[in-house]
Structures are given as structure tokens and as C-alpha cells.
Design a protein around this ligand. Structure first.
Ligand code: OMP
Length: 213
């Protein structure tokens, strides 16, 4: 694992971003773990998180002009990542969306830097079936931007009801996904850092049922 991946998992466990138990997901699946990046809700934690994303973005070699944060969790993320990139000498504009269109003032659903004609990285928290990312992809394309990739903190590496991997489907539709970590990285980390054996086993069993092979 790369240093920023380990740093991110340490941060996530410290802030209880990862919870273990029994959770019903958007898909209706009952998962033994849940990932809630909203638990990082303070300056020091957010700064560490932003630097993990910045490391991953720089390490990816992707070329981009703008960061896009889908409402709501993507909004503080893009703002903080833009600050982290600025600390490294790269001034990157960012934009985000409103969930409901505004019909007065500046109007519309997009806020922040103009996305038109820009190569955009979509920054989000967690990917299960990719529904949220697909919506952002369509919104950006309709607004004249070129989404080049999505970066999420966690890829749960699940297959959809059709048995296909969400990441594979997104990649095929033109949106490669770069996660900070995958659920396999999480399992490896828990296994080598004294994670609870029954938790590890429950996540493994869940992955065997719903995960990519
Ligand atoms: P997809 O849009 O299906 O990729 O799922 C991402 C969304 O699922 C997130 O934006 C959350 O609303 C929710 N979610 C989590 O936040 N954490 C998880 O561990 C799992 C889910 C989920 O419901 O799949």
C-alpha cells in the first residue's frame, strides 16, 4: 500500500468513518460495514483527508483543469483538496452543484468556477453502484465539460444486479474511477493491523457474495 493509502485508512479508523455492524445500503443490500466520510468534520482531519486525495491525484498522472464536488459530501472535499493542491504550488479551480436548481440570482445548479471546456475530475466519497457518479458525469457533459475521471475515497468493489462491476461499467462509459482505497485494501489493512477477526470474516463473506471477482 502507498503511504497516502495507509494514512487515509488510519484517519478513517480514527474518525470512525468506518463502522462495523449491520447496515442497509441504498441498494437494499445488508452490509457488515458502512463508510461515512461525513464523520471527518473538523479542520485537522479534513486537511489530512485533502492531502491524501491530493497525493492520489498527483500520483495518478491524470491531466485535469478543474475539480467537481457533487452535493453534498463532495462540496467540502473539493474545497479542501483545492487548498491542499495550492499548498503544493498548483492552483486548481473547483465547482459543485446544488441539489435543487435556483431560479433567481445567478440561477442554475452549478456553483463555482465555470466548467465549460474544462477537463474535470469528479471528487466523491464512496462508490457502490456508481449511481451518484453517473449523475455528475451527465451533468458535467450537459454543461460542456469533459469529465476525465472520478476519484473516490473508497471503492466498495461491488457488482450491480446485472453481475457487472460498477467501476468497469463507469470506465466503459468513459469515466475511469480512481479510489484512494478499495475494500480489499481495507481488508489487508485490518488483517495486518490486528483488526477484529469476526469483522474481517463478515466483510470477506459480503465481498464473496456481492463483490467483484
Ligand atoms: P452509489 O451511488 O450507488 O455508488 O452509492 C454511493 C452512495 O451510497 C453514497 O453517496 C451514500 O449515500 C451511500 N453509501 C455510503 O455513504 N456508504 C457506504 O458504505 C455505502 C453506501 C451505499 O448506500 O451504498
Amino acid at each position: 500500500m502507498l503511504p497516502h493509502q495507509t494514512a487515509f485508512l488510519e484517519l478513517a479508523l480514527e474518525h470512525e468513518v468506518l463502522k462495523f455492524g449491520s447496515f442497509t445500503l441504498k441498494s437494499g443490500r445488508v452490509s457488515p460495514y458502512f463508510f461515512n466520510l461525513g464523520k471527518i468534520a473538523g479542520g485537522a482531519g479534513l486537511r489530512r483527508l485533502a492531502h491524501a486525495y491530493a497525493d492520489a491525484l498527483i500520483g495518478s498522472g491524470l491531466e485535469f483543469d478543474l475539480l467537481f464536488g457533487p452535493a453534498y459530501k463532495g462540496i467540502p472535499l473539493v474545497a479542501a483538496i483545492a487548498c491542499a493542491l495550492a499548498e503544493r504550488g498548483r492552483d486548481v479551480p473547483f465547482a459543485y452543484n446544488r441539489k435543487e436548481a435556483k431560479d433567481h440570482g445567478e440561477g442554475g445548479v452549478l456553483v463555482g468556477a465555470d466548467v465549460k471546456g474544462k477537463r474535470v475530475i469528479i471528487v466523491d466519497d464512496v462508490l457502490t453502484a456508481g449511481t451518484a457518479l453517473r449523475q455528475s458525469f451527465a451533468l458535467l457533459k450537459d454543461s460542456g465539460a469533459t469529465p476525465v475521471a472520478a476519484m473516490t475515497a473508497l471503492d466498495r468493489q461491488e457488482v450491480g444486479p446485472n453481475g457487472r462491476s460498477a467501476v468497469q461499467e463507469l470506465t466503459e462509459s468513459g469515466l475511469p474511477v480512481k479510489p484512494l482505497v478499495t475494500v480489499r485494501d481495507l481488508l489487508a489493512y485490518l488483517t495486518s493491523n490486528g483488526g477484529d477477526a469476526s469483522t474481517i470474516e463478515a466483510i470477506r463473506a459480503y465481498q464473496a457474495q456481492y463483490g467483484v471477482k
